[in-house]
Design a protein around this ligand. Sequence first.
Ligand code: GDP
Ligand code: MG
Length: 439
Amino acid sequence: LGGSISRALQQMSNATIIDEKVLNECLNEITRALLQADVQFKLVRDMSTNIKKIVNLEDLAAGHNKRRIIQQAVYNELCKILDPGKPAFTLKKGKPSVVMFVGLQGSGKTTTCTKYAYHHQKRGWKPALVCADTFRAGAFDQLKQNATKAKIPFYGSYTESDPVKIAVDGVETFKKENCDLIIVDTSGRHKQEAALFEEMRQVSEAAKPDLVIFVMDSSIGQAAFDQAQAFRQSVAVGAVIITKMDGHAKGGGALSAVAATKSPIIFIGTGEHMDEFEVFDVKPFVSRLLGMGDLSGLVNKIQDVVPMDQQPELLQKLSEGHFTLRIMYEQFQNMLKMGPLGQVFSMLPGFSAEMMPQGREKESQAKFKRYMTMMDSMTDEGNTNPKILTESRIMRIARGSGRLVHEVMEMLEEYKRLAKIFSKMKGLKIPKKGDMSSL
Ligand code: GDP
Ligand code: MG
């Protein structure tokens, strides 16, 4: 997709006169690329109309960055589709919340339930899993196996065939045990869709979830919009999780699902393993979809705000793809000291969403400081090679810094996540200032 859009933009900037005809040709190419990426037809059409309204032909004729103007317009429009205008319902730690997962069989619900539980457990929640899928043989065993691996309490039955009863009993059981995140996994049989939607309605009515999460396989393509809408009509979908983003999926279905449910995507699944799960962030996703490279904006930003003499060193580190705890520490220090670098790093995919939520800068600062206290009580050896952090060393760090073990784990998770992002930057090409041809 990114390639086709770049090509379309390239052709346009080769044209000597930019008039309406040239713009239309370019938009046609982009439209085709988006349709090929499985974005719903109506969304693409509306987007194209909007872009035509936004892009000012006079600007195009005069300016040098024609491609950039149009690319920016496409980017903004896609971001708008992915942002339903309301944040996902936020659950409160320590207060029992029920989260119900819905989605077709094979979409990745059971796997995602465990990932979601595990993600929260690492952040100090007390999750529990309830298997209300009585349709698929082996459903309870699958959930049990996942839950056991992650050391998360679970509930289910081999004999009870009423999913409503299991859901209600499970929720009640875990409320008594003071769990604050009770996750209800459901069936997703496809053969009898009407029966499935009726079952979802009943389970939801009885279990009274605080949040219903719709799980969608990223590879379902054009069917995404209709499927998402069908679920939304039987239960109050409040958030979306897209799975299998690691495969060959084109990603356009995700936009369509958001448009259908009017709910934000909160996480994406990027593999079969428990920790292959990422907090979703609109901007890097769209960059990736457009093949803009998550990093082109970052490089420009660095060149805009970082003092000249510090640029080479920072860019060098980024392009080497090495990321040690020491570098993380230094970056935290920078963020606390000097505003601009904070801005730079907030452009890193995955960094802004959790580390520096907008409007909560104070909390983020406190978090950085907390992480740094923990890092202070690590030896240099541990700082450069976190792999050798054994359980007993983690305990020692926690004790040394006066923090809880799960806080140390959280810091290390954050490190792992960032290291993964940085490893993708390896070989990053650094354009000269003002040269947009690499975009
Ligand atoms: P359910 O029927 O909706 O409960 O789906 P499952 O959780 O049983 O998952 C169906 C299959 O998809 C399993 O083989 C999972 O391992 C796989 N799966 C789930 N999420 C992901 C993901 O993010 N990436 C990949 N590659 N596989 C996934
Ligand atoms: Mg399942």
